[in-house]
Design a protein around this ligand. Structure first.
Ligand code: BV8
Length: 243
């Protein structure tokens, strides 16, 4: 278990309000490849930004649908790791605790986190590309991608693609939590994708203590009061045990 700086522990023990932003890195130790390295094997010749867009889906719906089916297969086998579980338990340690995630893998909810703001949707859900309404899994059978039972449009995963707006309610709640928190934890994110990457900066503008948990430096590192250089699955249990 990793040693947490005393100064950080003091901040956490005094904090009433904490916000956390997670990215693909927290699921790496559950066997879910991070977004930047998800392109292994047959997907090596594509960039995520070239597949996770409306244009890519219009151009080649089967290729994009098959990419998500491949990722769903990986995620179905994945289990929450000690990092997800530590965050689920940290939720009860603070009067005001908000977990904001860029991940679409549902692992925070599987770990027991109750209040999760999913900024980029959830890969386990489908919706219609045309009427944007939900399409349940049973309907999503047959051809790839399946057809919407209401309008015959193509079915797509219910995630936020590049160039698409984030769900407004979740984004507004994430900004509010970032503005009122005393400690903001940034876990497993390269802090490159906006507007999620603006949340830690917003917290900093409102005098929060910014903490990064990541094995490597990111564009956020210079802004962080504390950087815990290591994997989330060992850093977060250490934080939980000493808070
Ligand atoms: C939008 C769902 C309005 C789909 C995803 C302002 C400035 C610059 C660009 C923009 C901007 N505003 C908008 C943009 C454009 C764009 C953007 O940000 N582009 C980037 C590439 C520059 N943003 C958008 O399009 C957003 N929409 O702004 O709407 C709009 C509307 C019209 C026109 C313009 C604007 C929508 C963004 C959402 C895209 N959807 N996911 C899917 O999953 O298929 S984003 C995708 O990237 C994932 O959600 C992923 O989570 C996310 C961010 O990546 P990370 O999570 O950080 O993952 P990454 O692999 O990069 O890094 C992993 C990190 O973990 C690393 O640092 C690694 O060191 C670390 N790590 C590894 N192992 C561990 C670990 N950490 C801890 N423990 C470990 N064991």
């Amino acid at each position: 278990m990793s040693q947490v700086p005393i100064a950080l522990l003091m901040r956490l023990r005094k904090a009433r309000s904490v916000a956390v932003l997670t990215g693909a890195g927290i699921s790496a130790e559950s066997g879910v490849p991070t977004f930047r390295d998800a392109m292994t094997g047959l997907w090596a010749r594509f960039r995520p930004e070239d597949l996770a867009t409306r244009e890519a889906f219009r151009r080649n719906p089967k290729l994009v649908w098959d990419w998500y089916q491949w990722r769903r297969g990986l995620i179905e086998k994945a289990r929450p790791n000690a990092g997800h579980e530590a965050l689920a338990r940290l939720e009860d340690r603070f009067a005001d605790f908000t977990l904001i995630t860029q991940n679409v893998d549902d692992l925070h909810r599987k770990a027991g986190s109750r209040k999760v703001l999913e900024l980029h949707g959830n890969i386990r859900r489908n919706k219609c590309f045309e009427d944007n309404g939900p399409v349940d899994d049973r309907a999503a059978e047959g051809e790839a991608p399946p057809r919407c039972p209401r309008c015959g449009g193509r079915v797509r995963p219910d995630v936020v693609w590049f160039g698409e707006y984030l769900p407004q309610a979740e984004l507004a709640a994430a900004f509010e939590a970032s503005r009122r928190c005393e400690v903001f934890l940034c876990v497993g994110t390269s802090a490159l994708v906006h507007p999620a990457a603006s949340l830690p900066v917003e917290a900093l503008k409102h005098d929060a203590c910014l903490v990064e948990i990541n094995p490597v430096e990111t564009p956020l590192s210079p802004l962080c009061e504390f950087s815990l250089r290591g994997p989330a699955a060992s850093m977060l249990p250490g934080l939980l045990a000493q808070t």
